[in-house]
Design a protein around this ligand. Sequence first.
Ligand SMILES: Cc1ncc(COP(=O)(O)O)c(C=O)c1O
Length: 454
Amino acid sequence: MKRLTDRLNELSEGKTYPFHMPGHKRNTELMGTLLPYEIDITEITGFDNLHGADGIIDDIQSRLCSFYKSKKSFLLVNGSTCGIMSAITCLCCIGEGIVAARNCHKSVYKAIELYKLSPAWVSPEFDASTGIMGRISPQSVENALKSSSAGLVVITSPTYEGVISNIPEIAKVCHKYGALLMVDMAHGAHLPLMGGFEEAYGADIAVVSLHKTLPCLTQTACLNVYSDKIDVARLAESLSAFETSSPSYPLMASVDRCMTLIEKQGCQLADKYKSLLGDFYDRTFRLKALRIYRTDDYGKLIIACDKASISGSELFARLRDSYAIECEMASARYVVTMSSMCDTCEGFERLIDALFEIDKELTPQQKLPLTLCGVPKVCMTSYEAVRREKECVELTKAQGRISAEYVFAYPPGIPLLAPGEEISDGILSGIAELEAAGVEIHTDYGSLMISVLK
Ligand SMILES: Cc1ncc(COP(=O)(O)O)c(C=O)c1O
């Protein structure tokens, strides 16, 4: 079978006139070639249909299946976000319990809201020096399952910072209590190439953002089903509710191209990548004030400044403004730099040189331990809270009130507070600490105000 990318190229070079969507009609004379108009089509004959794929798109899904060793893989074009929403709403009934890690992405919180689910939250370990969330322990999942009738457990692994939990052990606990395990592996799409990450597997269902760590266009992701207990037909139905009915061919073609690259050169590219990473860690070991905080997925380069005279946001700005290095995100005490197998030797050299230059000007500094925001008291479901009458108050005067909205530190979009939760003193000090360190706090009415229940 010819591959999707080849077929799209043939089509763009041919003389077929497109009397079909999209409206730009692949007219590059009019639109220029900056955007991929030549290959932007809709589901015309011979090009399969993402929702019910059995041809050229299913070929990509089969290759994803063998890469992720899944029973079934769904190619997604609306990010892991749509995979998470679809899976949770497929696997839970309205009003049920769910066990979820507190450091889950906002899409998990949104699915919980939509289906009026009652969450039993599980807190990850916390490194008070850097503020980095650690692993979810199997014991904490067991404790939550004992006190909940949840049929689904959702955790994030690897995290934004590359922390991987013991998934096989957590899966055993879930299955003992008759619950399914969903792992948000949005940040782990590349793990099969890295080797030694078997502990990342064992979930019943997992989602990966292909676009985050593999050479695929933004929004591409993949939902991997590993267990017979998951009704694949129902899941497909659920996906059709949360994912566009006009999937982008350029996005899907980028996954086709990425899989071809991995099939042909994956091992060489991964070896080169691992050697660049090895060199990075060896050399940056000599930094004096900054330090590299190595996590399980060591492709996430975490530059910690918990013992240096600079904040995460200042370091982020220094790298961008003085060295033209744009990093992924800044937290109070660290910066996340995402690397991938497409990085170059020159890129790594630039980062290492910049870090040493900045480090030279810094002095070691003792900083107080950070506050863990913790899990607030849940007073009602988020579904109920967002529908109640609300008012807007200053954040500093909100202690003891019930939140009517989500409060995020962004990125990575993990809520500190959800609707229906009590605003405690601890939460307010956690938010103030993050803000003071220059981390962006998102609320509906700007960072100083919050909407609360009347
Ligand atoms: C842990 C986690 N899960 C899910 C997502 C959503 O992924 P996507 O952007 O592919 O929808 C993100 C995005 O940053 C994330 O960090």
